[in-house]
Design a binder for this molecule. Structure first.
Ligand SMILES: NC(=O)c1ccc[n+]([C@@H]2O[C@H](COP(=O)([O-])OP(=O)(O)OC[C@H]3O[C@@H](n4cnc5c(N)ncnc54)[C@H](OP(=O)(O)O)[C@@H]3O)[C@@H](O)[C@H]2O)c1
Length: 245
């Protein structure tokens, strides 16, 4: 496949390593231009390109993996020429205290994080790889049927795109579990038990079913509070180690 990756940080690079290893052609972009991506190219085997080229040359799949707050900075017509059948993966998470600032729709819970991204991109997205640490994309991949293989939820409003991405998740070494539509993807956002805690496929399906599809006010409050605590704890650790003001 020809795959465009927009974002060449932890997740973009980890995906690039695995995808080139599987024989796919990967085009990777950051905000500063291809000339700043020579190291990434060497480490991953991906071809550095501009953001526009990543969208144009990713003829089978595009991955958007940048800080959530930067989504509105992407070119407005980025996906104008991209055929509807090309899935667009969104890996973004909302970190209001550490990185993104407060976004009203995500604070109120009127939109899930990927619904917000989808609105800004003007294009259906598939939510996956947001609840796995970047390095584990490389180190925890296992062949199908191996005990201990991690399951990853995949959600989208576009069923055809979701099926294609689920097949790729399996190829990458993880069990793909249908996470429903994007409105139900709150179930594996930051602050939930499925964020950063890996489950096998049967347990993940059970977990998703137990929560239901529609987020209640109480669930939103509980998971936001968990995430706020985690962000505050992280900030404290950074301050103690002299890493933040
Ligand atoms: N790290 C993880 O383990 C992890 C796990 C799951 C999900 N996520 C989520 O996935 C997303 C990416 O995370 P990450 O850790 O890979 O981030 P990261 O290491 O900080 O890398 C971000 C990348 O995005 C690029 N970028 C930023 N703004 C851009 C723009 N406007 N146009 C093009 N490229 C842009 C950056 O390029 P420049 O360097 O040129 O600015 C950089 O290559 C985030 O939303 C994060 O919350 C991260």
């Amino acid at each position: 496949m020809n795959i465009g990756i927009i974002g060449a940080g932890h997740i973009g690079s980890a995906l690039a390593v695995r995808l080139t290893g599987l024989g796919h052609k990967v085009y990777i972009a950051n905000s500063r231009g291809p000339e700043t991506l020579m190291d990434v190219a060497q480490k991953t085997g991906a071809t550095p390109v501009t953001v526009e080229e990543a969208a144009r040359r990713g003829t089978n799949l595009i991955v958007v993996t940048i800080p959530l707050k930067n989504i509105p900075d992407l070119p407005k017509d980025l996906f104008a020429g991209v055929p509807a059948e090309v899935p667009v993966i969104d890996t973004c998470n909302y970190y209001p205290l550490l990185r993104d600032g407060r976004i009203p729709e995500l604070e109120s819970g009127s939109l899930t994080e990927s619904e917000w991204v989808q609105q800004h991109l003007g294009r259906p997205v598939v939510k996956v790889f947001n609840n796995i640490h970047a390095e584990h994309i490389v180190t925890r991949a296992l062949p199908a049927g191996t005990p201990g293989r991690i399951a990853l939820p995949v959600a989208s409003d576009d069923d055809a795109a979701k099926q294609k991405v689920m097949a790729l998740v399996e190829e990458l070494g993880f069990d793909a579990v249908d996470g429903g539509n994007l409105h139900a993807s709150w179930r594996y956002q930051p602050g939930t038990p499925a964020y950063g805690e890996y489950k096998p496929a049967d347990k993940l399906r059970e977990y998703l079913a137990d929560l239901g599809m529609e987020r209640t006010e109480a669930q939103h409050a509980e998971f936001r509070a968990n995430h706020t605590r985690q962000e505050q704890e992280f900030l404290k650790q950074m301050q103690q180690s002299g890493g933040a003001e």
